[in-house]
Design a binder for this molecule. Structure first.
Ligand code: 9MR
Length: 600
């Protein structure tokens, strides 16, 4: 397969559709990428009157019809009728007519999401620090760029933080080259690296060698090395995470107990929380023009446990692929787990400017996750004991997934990978996970737009959070084979690809009304047209009705609803940034749906 054929449609659409070519919003909203021939086809119609609807083939033959009544949608203040067509449709193009309005073309395909998987994975390649992004591997020539931070040797932050604490710096000079840039900024954060890598690796582990989990599937420099490409991409980040572990015998400054100064501790085994700019950099900004000063920031317990969890997960996956790498990972995981036990209360926060905080004061969930990954990989008695003693061992993980909510990641690993962990410890997680998935089914049924989330405010990264719920639901499907769970996964993806109150595809390059102007330092076309548009396959953070702190959101305050507080504006960093932890569940969901297609 040539690159051209591989990237074909999406790239072409991005090239050809200038901003002015975008069709107006339609009252008939649905997944703009396509429906599976066998899967459910759902539509949301904004209407105040009951509708009679007819689905027609391209040739004009009616294949289904019915009627639907609108209900109020709290998330948007719209009045919305829902239509579900739950039968096989031959691949092709269709239209839905409702009360005289005809929809844009509806695509039905055998494998609508395989290309999305590839493009969503390419996001990670294009976020790589340390190596040039080559034209041969990207969807358009203007996406190629020189390496950023190609030899990144950093030392500890020195100076006064925004809360007035003076940090002494350190003698350490650490090579932290590589890894992925987090998002629109070029910070590299161990906490967010953890959930992102875990999600990719779990997509691999749950698939048991599915069609997309092979070598040569992605456009990558490593393609052809006989290792599945998804693993090559994940390893790029894991290699960096390993560099973020502090060597034994290193003295490091951390916040003193009273929070007013610093104290020195032995850092061995802990992970630096992040390496990032010391001031917020301009946007847009090409890597070759980015000369911002960077620093290593104090180790945190959460980062250390993220490293322990992911390194333990990697150790079992690479055991046969690269035993030496697997041993390095396991050694790092064991040292990190011990270091986190030694320093259980090193909490990051938002005191440093120039980068995000990823601060989290509750790390029992990270500890459970790390213990689960270690227990699965090694059967270690201490890790198993930690599982049963954890609050999440008795009551099960809560089901919510996010960079600061990671117990469920451990639960999912316990449920998707065979291990010697005692069956009763796994059974608790199975019950809790299915109860959580059932709650999501009820939430989905109560939404006129049909997606698995409760009504209410939307948070920063709401689209990523929705797809994280789909990961839970997909796992529930894997465990039970109950098609309702799989349908809810489709619902989540349908929502981000167009069945939403803004009639928007939140994924760049996909659908006829895609996001185009992410908050991103390189894909900054929305602010300076000499910068590229984003590649296809990148997920916008999504509506955010809570943290309306950027200038675009500030102007929308009081004038939008939870599902409409969003703007395709590069300045809207609370709404339209892109990030590794949001694209990772997009990859997971696209791979899952492709892998389980036809299984209804
Ligand atoms: O995803 C993060 C979100 O949960 C937080 O509310 C927000 C503010 O702290 O930060 C988000 O993460 C950002 C990170 O701090 C820096 N890189 C960009 C991330 C996405 O916006």
């Amino acid at each position: 397969m040539t690159i051209g054929a591989r990237w074909g449609m999406a790239a072409l659409a991005t090239l050809l559709l200038g901003a002015t070519d975008e069709p107006a919003a339609s009252p008939i909203r649905f997944d703009q990428v396509g429906f599976e021939a066998d899967g459910p086809k759902r539509f949301a119609i904004e209407t105040t009157a009951p509708v009679d609807w007819t689905l027609r083939t391209e040739a004009g033959d009616a294949v289904a019809n019915g009627s639907a009544k609108p209900v109020p949608d709290a998330g948007s203040d719209q009045s919305v009728a829902t239509v579900t067509i739950d039968r096989h449709l031959a691949p092709g193009r269709y239209t839905l007519a409702a009360n005289g309005v005809v929809s844009r073309p509806i695509i039905v395909a055998e494998r609508p999401f395989a290309a999305l998987f590839r493009d969503a994975m390419s996001f990670f390649y294009q976020q790589r620090a340390g190596i040039p992004i080559l034209a041969a591997h990207v969807q358009r020539p203007d996406l190629a760029r020189p390496a950023g931070h190609s030899h990144e040797v950093a030392t500890c932050f020195t100076g006064t933080d925004t809360l007035g604490v003076v940090w002494p710096g350190c003698n350490a000079k650490v090579d932290v080259t590589g890894g992925w840039y987090d998002a629109g900024d070029r910070g590299k954060y161990v906490v967010n690296a953890g959930i992102s890598v875990w999600t990719l690796l779990n997509a691999y582990e749950r698939a048991h060698g599915g069609a997309l989990m092979h070598d040569g599937v992605l456009a990558l420099p490593e393609a052809g090395n006989a290792v599945p490409d998804l693993l090559d991409e994940a390893r790029y980040e894991i290699d960096w995470m390993l560099r973020m572990q502090i060597p034994a015998g290193t003295r490091v400054a951390v916040l003193a107990a009273d929070g007013r100064g610093t104290r020195m501790i032995e850092g061995g085994g802990l992970a630096w929380h992040k390496v990032a700019d010391t001031h917020w950099a301009a946007l847009p900004l090409r890597v070759e023009d980015d000369h911002a000063t960077r620093a290593l920031y104090p180790p945190s317990t959460a980062a250390t446990l993220n490293l322990a969890a992911v390194a333990a997960q990697a150790a079992r996956i690479w055991r046969t692929i690269d035993p030496a790498f697997a041993r390095r990972c396991l050694d790092a995981a064991i040292r990190a787990y011990a270091a986190a036990a030694r320093e259980p209360a090193l909490f990051a926060d938002a005191r440093f400017t120039g980068s995000g905080g990823y601060g989290d004061r509750t790390v029992a969930d990270e500890a459970y996750w790390a213990a689960a990954e270690l227990a699965i990989t090694t059967g270690d008695a201490n890790a198993v004991a930690a599982l049963s003693q954890s609050p999440f061992g008795a009551r099960g993980a809560p089901g919510a997934i996010g960079w600061g909510d990671t117990a469920t990641l451990g639960a999912i690993s316990l449920l998707s990978v065979r291990s010697n962990v005692p069956a009763d410890l796994i059974a608790v997680q199975r019950r809790a996970l299915l109860a959580g998935a059932d709650r999501l089914l009820a939430d989905d049924a109560a939404q006129p737009y049909r997606f698995p989330a409760a009504s209410g405010d939307t948070q920063w990264g709401s689209n990523g959070a929705l797809l994280d719920r789909a990961v839970l639901l997909g796992t529930a499907y894997d465990l039970t084979g109950r098609v309702e769970y799989r349908t809810a996964v489709t619902d989540a993806l349908d929502y981000v690809l167009g069945r939403n109150p803004l009639d928007r595809s939140y994924v760049s390059g996909y659908g006829v009304r895609p996001m185009r102007n992410p908050h991103h330092r390189f894909w900054g076309h929305g602010i300076d047209p000499s910068f590229p548009l984003p590649p296809p396959g990148v997920l916008s953070g999504g509506p955010n009705s809570v943290a309306m702190t950027d200038p675009v959101a500030a102007a929308m305050k009081g004038r939008c609803r939870p599902l409409t507080c969003w703007s395709d504006d590069a300045r809207a960093f609370t709404q339209n940034e892109v990030a590794i932890n949001w694209n990772a569940p997009l990859v997971w969901v696209a791979a899952f749906l492709d892998d389980t297609r036809g299984r209804r």
